[in-house]
Design a protein around this ligand. Sequence first.
Ligand code: SF4
Ligand code: SF4
Length: 113
Amino acid sequence: MEQLRYSRVPELRGWRDVPIAGIVPWPGSTAENRMHAWRTFRPVIDPEKCVRCRLCWVYCPDGAIVELDKPYTTRSGRTYKVTYEVNYDYCKGCGICANECPVKAIRMVPEVR
Ligand code: SF4
Ligand code: SF4
């Protein structure tokens, strides 16, 4: 089956061409669905407060939290091996990560364009 491209609709398609709702018909098909245009608030992670528990990574419905092999030493001298950041191409600004963070290391700030 020819792959549909949702970000570009080159022509109208018949009902037989539309995949069943709620499924991912082929691997990687959601990579083109960038959600940043929907956002009214964006999450900002404070690397000083973050305790690297990974809960934001687990709960983000869009896989927009990324774990980087980037060591970070806090001002108080604690060193972590990883850093968590937000991939703003795919973050829709739902705020779940900020709600789930146990140490309130994520702030939702107004999106400015
Ligand atoms: S605001 Fe929502 S979509 Fe964005 S990183 Fe947090 S949980 Fe994921
Ligand atoms: S939930 Fe909070 S403390 Fe845990 S990794 Fe994410 S930002 Fe860091």
